[in-house]
Design a protein around this ligand. Structure first.
Ligand SMILES: Nc1nc2c(c(=O)[nH]1)N[C@H]1C(S)=C(S)[C@@H](COP(=O)(O)OP(=O)(O)OC[C@H]3O[C@@H](n4cnc5c(=O)[nH]c(N)nc54)[C@H](O)[C@@H]3O)O[C@H]1N2
Ligand SMILES: Nc1nc2c(c(=O)[nH]1)N[C@H]1C(S)=C(S)[C@@H](COP(=O)(O)OP(=O)(O)OC[C@H]3O[C@@H](n4cnc5c(=O)[nH]c(N)nc54)[C@H](O)[C@@H]3O)O[C@H]1N2
Ligand code: SF4
Ligand SMILES: [Mo]
Length: 740
């Protein structure tokens, strides 16, 4: 038997898109697997002080198998991960043969149990019910919820399917929970939103890097190699209310930890900007030649003198001054934001304040410096460019723009007047379920909303009120378990496609093995439904054909892919968008001009607003939520990987020793966190890494451990981002129950 060739591809999980090679097991040379080499080099966050950043990328064993997967993973050298992978990457192939995998379409019967059904029967019935729903309640009664994990091809086709096969405006996706605030701020300031407008490896030349609200050491472990120079220079500054694994990289001379009160980052940034202006550290020439709006900003930060900022944020004046001066040193400074500062009701303004600080220092678009946001999901960047967003058409175009409608309608072969208008952002979409005039039938592609959306009790009630819920997934996720139909789809190693990573680089996902016979690619599912719905336009099931169409649809847009095709990507050339036909792409944006028509960046003054729900009220703690190294998102995938789940089987509520003592809680005790929306039970993890006024929960767990039972569905007025990061809760010990 000739072994199948190895496939050069990328990890299925986060936006770092670490390069990996998948080798079919038969092709793996037989070699003794000595005990140490079968253990994946998990970059454990807790051993960060001992971690040699370079060793991480080179000492990874080349072959790791967990169980006997049909393919084995090896890290592949690439500028972003330099051969390194985290635990999730090493164990990613386990899910291809997971016993939980859904092998054929499933239909929920009247008794609530699922039974198999043929593809033809499932698709016929779904199409008929969609057609009926549309006839009775209008096209906008059908909704689509997409995901930032979908390939560019699937994300593009889903947007097209919604607009022309279903005729609905009601499409949005989980990127609204992820990148929408930074995207809105980037569009407003620079005229374009590419998360990192420079190659990631450029960070390696910086002497100062300010990381606000990101815990990259756990969320993208191989990333930390790019922080090494700044760290060696003592210039890594991490802003986080917790002393995270990333914060620990600042210890021993690596840099500075600023530990603000949760939700006070906007004030912190206004304070840093105030100091930069007051100490005359601004880049006057840059401001004059490349920006507009400085005078209004200077006036607006006037009131945020250091002492006042200290009293709001808790960050001492001397640290504020040190950080401002260091950023202005002129020796290469980057400012990066993550979800910790963006997932708030003022997330767009906070990201704007970070951009304003970068602009007064003259960082964006200049060599060895810049501002960027760290995109999260595997295709979180591409997923926000091709039309899954409620207000958007491919090429990062606006659906309300007549020229954009005309261009895209021509590519799709439809009349521009037949395209629907703008729909509803994710939280409003979810909250419309079962409401008069709201969505009654829903298709979900790549999200587990009953775990990951804010205020999930409300989401669950909305899903229950639907006439039809169809979920495409590999597993019975918590959302799939509520569906009328679950359609099993191919996983990453079983399909071809492209992804656009956090640095705006388009990369190839390659097929390594055949999918189980009962599962289908989503491009095929969309084609089959479109045919049954007698849709206009062409719905190809070939990823390369869909990509070529996407490239044409994007032509002339902000995210222009028109010069890219599979042959170019397969040549291994670095491909950064915008990549108009005939160009060589754009590794570094903004070198000559920003993307506004006049080429100037906009400095937009922003000011703090009162929180929708008060924090720090007597008797309450501030709940902050985030991630653990071992789990990905709603946990639908990683809770099914034994090695990951065994390491972190439950949500643990992190409490400061002083707070725990005052509540009478010891490490390992069961606690209940509650507020008006719900309650969560979790085991206490008593740790001094957290502030006494806060409690931390990861959001990867379901059932009574689901953090989003407590979160608010109040949203940012510009981006629609929910307030995921802060919520007031009460915490009490649960006495009657004994934990294992
Ligand atoms: N292991 C793992 N890695 C992942 C993912 C995953 O689920 N698991 N998901 C991927 C995705 S989609 C994303 S979006 C990224 C997210 O990556 P990150 O942004 O790094 O992740 P989070 O843990 O959500 O938030 C980062 C930090 O914000 C802090 N924080 C909370 N509130 C505040 C605040 O008010 N101010 C400040 N300054 N900080 C605050 C938290 O303490 C936390 O340490 O990770 C990607 N990588
Ligand atoms: N409290 C709190 N809540 C949060 C956050 C937080 O920090 N705190 N972070 C938010 C963020 S940044 C994000 S990105 C969201 C993410 O949360 P979700 O949107 O729930 O993301 P996943 O858990 O990745 O869900 C993806 C689902 O789709 C399936 N899937 C994976 N790939 C594909 C595919 O190609 N096709 C199809 N059809 N299915 C696929 C997986 O099996 C899984 O069930 O959570 C948000 N929720
Ligand atoms: S950091 Fe981990 S999860 Fe993210 S792409 Fe790399 S291996 Fe995958
Ligand atoms: Mo995300």
């Amino acid at each position: 038997m000739t072994p199948a060739p190895a496939a050069a591809t990328h990890c299925p999980y986060c936006a770092l898109q670490c390069a990996m090679t998948l080798t079919p097991s038969a092709a793996v040379p037989v070699r003794p697997l000595a005990a140490p080499s079968v253990t994946a080099p998990s970059v454990t966050a807790l051993s960060v002080t001992a971690l040699s950043v370079t060793a991480l990328s080179v000492t990874a064993p080349s072959v790791v198998s967990s169980g006997e997967p049909r393919v084995t993973v090896s890290g592949r050298d690439f500028p972003t991960n330099r051969g390194g992978l985290c635990k999730k990457g090493w164990t990613s192939t386990v899910l291809l043969d997971s016993p939980d995998r859904i092998a054929e379409p499933m239909r929920r019967g009247a008794d609530g149990t699922f039974s198999p059904v043929s593809w033809v029967d499932a698709l016929d019935d779904i199409a008929e019910r969609l057609r009926r729903g549309r006839a009775e309640h209008g096209a906008d009664s059908v909704g689509v919820f997409g995901g930032g994990g979908l390939t560019n091809e699937k994300a593009y086709q889903l947007g097209k399917f919604a607009r022309i096969a279903l005729g609905t405006s009601r499409i949005d996706y989980n990127g609204r929970f992820c990148m929408s605030s930074a995207a809105a701020a980037g569009n407003r300031a620079f005229g374009v939103d590419r998360g990192l407008p420079f190659p990631l490896a450029a960070l390696g030349s910086a002497e100062t890097i300010l990381v606000l609200g990101s815990n990259v050491a756990e969320t993208m472990p191989p990333f930390i190699a790019h922080l090494e120079k700044a760290r060696a220079n003592g210039g890594l500054v991490v802003v986080d209310p917790r002393r995270t694994a990333t914060v620990r990289l600042t210890e021993n001379g690596g840099g500075t930890h600023l530990q603000p009160t949760p939700g006070s980052d906007l004030v912190l940034l206004l304070g840093l900007t105030h100091i930069v202006i007051a100490e005359k550290l601004v880049d006057e020439r840059f401001l004059r030649e490349r920006t507009v709006g400085f005078d209004a900003l200077a006036r607006s930060v006037g009131a945020w003198w250091p002492q006042r900022v200290q009293s709001v944020t808790g960050v001492p004046v001397h640290q504020l001054r040190e950080v401002a001066r260091r950023l202005a040193s002129g020796r290469g400074s980057y400012i990066l934001t993550g979800r910790g500062v963006e997932q708030h009701v003022d997330g767009t303004d906070t990201a704007t304040a970070a951009i304003n600080l970068a602009l007064v220092l003259g960082l964006p678009g200049t060599p060895h410096s810049g501002y960027g946001t760290l995109t999260g999901q595997g295709n979180g960047q591409g997923g926000r460019e091709h039309g899954q967003k409620a207000d958007q058409l491919p090429g990062y175009r606006k659906i309300v723009d007549p020229a954009a409608r005309a261009h895209v309608a021509a590519v799709w072969g439809v009349d521009p007047d037949d395209l629907p208008g703008a729909g509803l952002p994710a939280v409003e979409l979810l909250n419309s379920f079962g409401q008069p005039g709201g969505v009654r039938s829903l298709l979900v592609h790549g999200s587990n909303v009953v775990v990951s959306a804010p205020n999930v009790n409300r989401v669950r009630a909305g899903l229950a009120a639907l006439d039809l819920l169809v979920v495409c997934d590999f597993f019975f996720s918590e959302t799939a378990s509520l569906a009328d139909y679950v359609l099993p789809v191919t996983q990453w190693a079983e399909e071809e496609g492209t992804m656009t990573s956090l640095e705006g680089r388009v990369i190839r996902r390659r097929k390594a093995l055949d999918a189980p016979s009962g599962v289908r690619n989503e491009l095929w599912i969309m084609r089959e439904l479109a045919r049954r719905l007698e849709s206009p336009g062409v719905f190809s099931e070939s990823p390369a054909e869909v990509f070529d169409e996407l490239a044409r649809a994007s032509e002339g847009g902000l995210a222009d892919y028109s010069g890219i095709d599979y042959a170019l990507l397969d040549s291994g050339a670095p491909v950064y968008w915008p990549y108009p036909a005939g160009s060589n792409g754009t590794p570094r944006l903004f070198q000559a001009a920003f993307a506004h028509p006049d080429g100037l960046a906009r400095i937009v003054p922003v000011t703090p607003r009162p929180a929708p729900e008060p924090l720090n009220t007597p008797g309450s703690l501030t709940l902050i939520t985030g991630r653990l190294l071992e789990h990905y998102q709603s946990g639908a995938q990683t809770r099914r990987v034994p090695e990951l789940n065994d390491a972190k089987p439950h949500a643990r509520a992190e409490l400061h020793p002083t707070t725990a003592a005052s509540l009478g809680v010891a490490d390992g005790d069961l606690v209940e966190l509650g507020n008006s929306r719900g309650s969560v039970r979790a085991i206490a993890l008593v740790t001094a890494t957290i502030r006494p006024d806060t409690v931390f929960l990861p959001f990867h767990f379901a059932g009574s451990e689901c953090a989003n039972l407590l979160t608010q569905d109040a949203t940012d007025p510009i981006s629609g981002m929910p307030e995921f990061k802060t919520t007031a809760v009460t915490v009490r010990a649960v006495r009657e129950e004994v934990t294992a």
